[in-house]
Design a protein around this ligand. Structure first.
Ligand SMILES: C[S@@+](CC[C@H](N)C(=O)[O-])C[C@H]1O[C@@H](n2cnc3c(N)ncnc32)[C@H](O)[C@@H]1O
Length: 289
């Protein structure tokens, strides 16, 4: 092997294979972590390569290391960072995911909020993915509105990934996703596609009108969001962050909760070791003091 070829191999990974070189994996991992908070340890390397291959094909670049060259060249990041982040985020979500949270809302939080004078309930789904979480919230809040002298509500839906936000806005889902939704809620809030063979459903316009969508990076130093939220859902995202990032994000989220407001985390997430102005009132449910 010539000296030049050896140099290429050392920098760009074995010639002929399409894998990230160690140097490029390290640069990417640092970039992704710094930008989104998402940890990218060595055991995620194959996953990262798989996801980048899809993006690479979309921009017609032949190899992963060429994609890195394009990404890290001048102005490359400006053009590509949103797509890179879209490619690396994990967006798994479900309707009525972690159903105990929605039972808690129905049975405890909403009756308590109804006593606060009937103001509009403000909810925020802070990592909303394709929308199953905020549309579930909308069904529960709409049921509450109907039963409680029309106590109105609004739901802010944010995520870092532009692709999922684009899907969430439409309120369209594969029909199979709606299975966890109780039949009577389905009948009221979900429409089936008219065309036979099209296995899609759409949330009714009355609920869609209650949701507002925006791209928001939880890593930012400040969030352009109201500070009197009644309900914040930040579920199944903290697990991707390290402890200092979890602590920073949670402290900032608490600044957007009004006293007495509720914070919901994912079932495998915790605030242990993080000093926050909240008290735990149910499993992974916290109330702002
Ligand atoms: C696994 S999904 C969870 C969706 C929903 N909360 C649930 O529990 O079903 C995690 C979401 O967090 C988003 N995300 C990742 N990093 C983020 C960040 N720094 N700021 C905001 N959202 C982020 C991802 O794009 C993804 O849609």
């Amino acid at each position: 092997m010539s000296a030049a070829a050896a140099r290429v191999e050392a920098d760009d990974g074995p010639i002929g294979s399409d894998q990230l070189s160690s140097k490029n994996f390290k640069r990417l991992a640092e970039l992704i972590h710094g930008y989104s908070g998402i940890k990218m340890p060595a055991n995620k390397r194959t996953m990262l390569e798989g996801r980048l291959r899809r993006r690479m094909r979309a921009v017609r670049i032949a190899t992963l290391n060429d994609y890195c060259r394009y990404l890290f060249e001048e102005d490359g990041l400006d053009a590509e960072i949103v797509h890179l982040i879209d490619a690396v985020t994990t967006n798994k979500t479900e309707f009525f995911r972690e159903p105990a949270h929605f039972q808690f809302l129905r049975n405890k939080a909403l009756p308590a909020l109804a006593k606060t004078g009937g103001r509009t309930i403000k909810a925020w789904s802070a990592a909303c993915s394709t929308g199953a979480e905020p549309y579930t919230l909308a069904m529960v809040l709409e049921e509450h509105r109907r039963a409680n002298r029309r106590q109105d509500y609004s739901i802010l839906c944010t995520d870092l990934c532009t692709q999922v936000l684009g899907q969430a806005v439409t309120g369209i889902f594969p029909a199979a996703m709606i299975e966890p939704v109780e039949l009577d809620l389905r009948q009221r809030y979900v429409m089936r596609a008219r065309e036979a063979g099209r296995h899609e459903v759409r949330i009714v316009p009355e609920l869609r009108a209650k949701l507002a969508f925006a791209r928001l990076n939880l890593m930012d130093d400040a969030y352009p969001v109201d500070r009197d939220m009644d309900i914040i859902f930040c579920r199944n995202i903290l697990i991707y962050f390290d402890k200092p990032t979890q602590s920073k994000v949670l402290s900032q989220l608490c600044q957007h909760l009004r006293p007495g407001g509720y914070l919901f985390l994912g079932h495998s997430e915790s605030i242990v070791g993080i000093d926050l102005p909240v008290r735990q009132i149910a499993n992974t449910v916290f109330q702002r003091s």
